[in-house]
Design a protein around this ligand. Structure first.
Ligand SMILES: Cc1cc2nc3c(=O)[nH]c(=O)nc-3n(C[C@H](O)[C@H](O)[C@H](O)COP(=O)(O)O)c2cc1C
Length: 367
């Protein structure tokens, strides 16, 4: 019998299967960073009864932006749009957590208020490109946050968590992965601070743990999750001792009692597979340190997803790209049906094409 299709729990919620829709930035919001009707249709299509969706990353402040067209959760004006999304997901029996986002240094002056420098733990630029309204542009040199500014950023996460509650989400996930602000504090390649937010891991983890506690203050620990990418190099990330850094993080998050830890596996660097990827060991490595639900993500195929939950190294498996092109992915996996191929050219931004026009199996291959 398939373990992937056995029931599971996440915080207070019962799930009917173990396939999660991974957070996926698609940049199809309306002006004002308001969730669009297209987004309502997209999430509705990808909802399964008893399944879990993690929303696309959603900035908690204007300074937290790096991708024009991403929907926000920094303003009350964005709540009704999200409410339409959560109502639609609930109507089909699904659950949805909002991913709270601050890109930190992975931004560009054109996206920042008054053209100011993006914010970071330390003034070190990332390699790569931000998505401005005028196209891709190299990440700008960031400015190191002053110590007295940090509580204000944590408050932005708390306020975002509160708006998510008012928008009808089932919980929130802190985006602590892929080289964004909490990850920039965690890893020593990007954090050269000498105050209580830099230096030893106890200090570098402080920002992520305080952000998590802020979300817990709104939601309770059992409806908060955290995503990390211990082996990710996307956004020029590096750390001198990832096992120690992320082992400490997993242990501390377990102490806080959060609902789940979401781990991007080592064979994925950001969003690209390594040509000769190693076995998925990150979730396995962190399993002994985290007692509640563990979600593994990154490069999974149906058989490897089944294998990791059967081995017990993860409780749930999140799929990214396959969910983009297969709105009915859980049903396809359950019935062993072939998968639609995804089109990378429509991943980031655009219109309905490559977004809500991938067919469900009933249409693609009638029984
Ligand atoms: C188009 C695209 C957008 C993504 N956006 C996010 C995001 O908003 N937040 C996040 O944590 N990861 C994001 N990711 C990473 C995915 O959640 C996932 O970890 C990655 O695609 C590997 O899983 P896969 O092999 O199943 O696609 C994105 C990936 C892709 C391809």
């Amino acid at each position: 019998m398939s373990k992937l299709f056995s029931p599971a729990e996440i915080g207070p919620y019962k799930l009917s299967h173990r396939i999660v829709m991974a957070p996926l930035t698609r940049m199809r919001a309306d002006p004002g960073d308001i969730p669009s009707e297209l987004m309502v249709e997209y999430y509705t299509q990808r909802t399964s009864n008893g399944g879990l969706i993690v929303s696309e990353a959603t900035p908690v402040s204007i300074r937290g932006y790096g991708y024009a067209g991403a929907p926000g959760i920094y303003s009350d004006a964005q709540i009704p749009g999200w409410r339409r999304v959560t109502n639609a997901v609930h109507a089909k029996g699904g659950r949805i957590f909002l991913q709270l986002w601050h890109v930190g240094r992975q931004s560009h002056v054109d996206l920042q208020p008054n053209g100011e420098a993006p914010l970071a733990p330390s003034a070190i630029a990332a390699e790569g490109h931000a998505y401005t309204k005028h196209g891709e542009a190299p990440f700008s040199m960031p400015r190191a946050l002053e110590l007295h500014e940090i509580p204000g950023i944590i408050e932005e996460f708390r306020a975002g968590a509160e708006r998510a509650l008012r928008a009808g989400f089932d919980g929130v996930e802190i985006h602590g992965a892929n080289g964004y602000l909490p990850d920039q504090f965690l890893q020593d390649g990007t954090n050269k601070r000498t105050d209580e937010y830099g230096g030893p891991i106890e200090n570098r983890a402080r920002f992520l743990l305080e952000v998590t506690q802020a979300a817990i203050s709104v939601w309770g620990a059992d409806r908060v999750g955290v995503r990390i990418s211990p082996s990710g190099t996307y956004g020029s990330m590096s750390d001198g001792n990832p096992p120690a850094t992320f082992g400490y993080v997993a242990t501390q998050l377990d102490r806080l009692g959060i609902a789940y830890l979401h781990v991007v596996e080592p064979r994925i660097k950001g969003t690209e597979e390594i040509a000769h990827g190693q076995a998925p060991i990150a979730a396995q490595h962190l399993r002994p340190k985290f007692s509640r639900t563990l979600i593994a993500a990154g490069g999974f195929a149906p058989h490897s997803a089944e294998a990791i939950v059967t081995a017990g190294d993860a409780d749930l498996v999140a799929f990214g790209r396959h969910f983009i092109s297969n709105p009915d992915l859980p049903e396809r996996l359950r019935r062993g049906l072939p998968l639609n191929r995804y089109d990378r050219s429509t991943f980031y931004g655009g219109d309905a094409r490559g977004y809500i026009d991938y067919p469900a199996a009933e249409v693609a291959s009638p029984a």
